[in-house]
Design a protein around this ligand. Structure first.
Ligand code: SF4
Ligand code: SF4
Ligand code: FES
Length: 275
């Protein structure tokens, strides 16, 4: 029988427990912590990870537990994390910028679902709030996943309008119907929630472009002002880049902006077949 061995640092151990200074309405928040650059044992506060489980001396990912006073912060999970960072444990690392669902930088796995921390109400989660980085990506630190490959794949679809020369003396006009074709596409904020929820992307993320990059590719294919459809479709007509999508639909289910990447992928497949 085949035997599979997980890498040593795939084992997650229990970390430390921290408690807020105030306690009007405490909630338990369990957060994934890992710093791949740290050698040996210990957390960022110099505490040992040794909990008697025989892993002493190894830099393993851990789950830290925070008792957070949610009466002292805003309603979203991002507010809770910022409360932890500012008042309980300044070593916790995560990305955020706009705090209103526009920039995509606070994407993480909350309560088992890839979503945006800034638009996810903490009150909508029952029991402990469990927070992990986006799945199946290398971890830079704690909740920050490495999106280098994701952005390279986005760049590979040439996400800009390619139109003929010379440029007209005024803007390129679209009819209302032509413009409507971009609805459900232009709103993508490149948060990566969809791609990192896709099993095909987990297994073939180096070659399969994934739902986010493919939705972005279709955004330009569908644009009446773009004149590079032929090259775009030829580039995507590939067993891995496009056809690794097996219509599992996790992408559409998880998109925090309510978009439908699976439909965009189906449209690309139709357009390729029609060429
Ligand atoms: S399609 Fe949705 S989930 Fe995917 S990157 Fe765009 S906004 Fe995020
Ligand atoms: S529909 Fe395609 S892209 Fe979306 S989750 Fe399924 S396999 Fe991945
Ligand atoms: S902080 Fe910008 S989308 Fe959440």
């Amino acid at each position: 029988m085949a035997e599979f061995k997980l890498p040593a640092n795939s084992k997650i151990v229990s970390g430390k427990t921290y408690r807020d200074a105030t306690a009007a309405r405490l909630r338990t928040v369990r957060v994934y912590r890992f710093d791949p650059d740290r050698g040996g044992d210990g957390d960022d506060n110099g505490n040992s990870n040794d909990n008697g489980d025989g892993n002493h001396g190894r830099n393993l990912p851990r789950i830290d537990t925070y008792q957070v006073d949610v009466a002292a912060c805003g309603p979203m999970v991002l507010d809770v994390i910022i409360r932890i960072k500012n008042h309980i444990d300044p070593t916790l690392t995560f990305r955020r910028s706009c705090r209103e669902g526009i920039c995509g930088s606070c994407a993480m796995n909350i309560d088992g679902v890839n979503t945006l921390a800034c638009t996810q109400p903490a009150a909508a989660i029952s029991g402990d709030i469990k927070i992990y980085p986006l799945p199946h990506l290398p971890v830079v630190k704690d909740l920050v996943a490495d999106l280098s490959n994701f952005y390279a794949q986005y760049a590979s679809v040439k996400p800009w309008l390619q139109a003929g020369e010379p440029a007209p003396g005024r803007e390129r006009l679209q009819s209302e119907q032509q413009r409507e074709k971009l609805d459900g596409l232009y709103e993508c904020i490149l948060c990566a929630c969809c791609s990192t929820s896709c099993p095909s992307y987990w297994w073939n993320g180096d070659k399969y472009l994934g739902p986010a990059a493919l939705l972005q590719a279709y955004r330009f294919i569908a644009d009446s002002r773009d004149e590079a459809d032929g090259e775009r479709l030829a580039q995507l007509d590939d067993a891995f880049k496009l056809y690794r999508c097996h219509t599992i639909m996790n992408c559409t289910k998880t998109c925090p902006k309510g978009l439908n990447p699976a439909k965009a992928i189906a449209e690309i497949k139709k357009a390729v077949a029609k060429r």
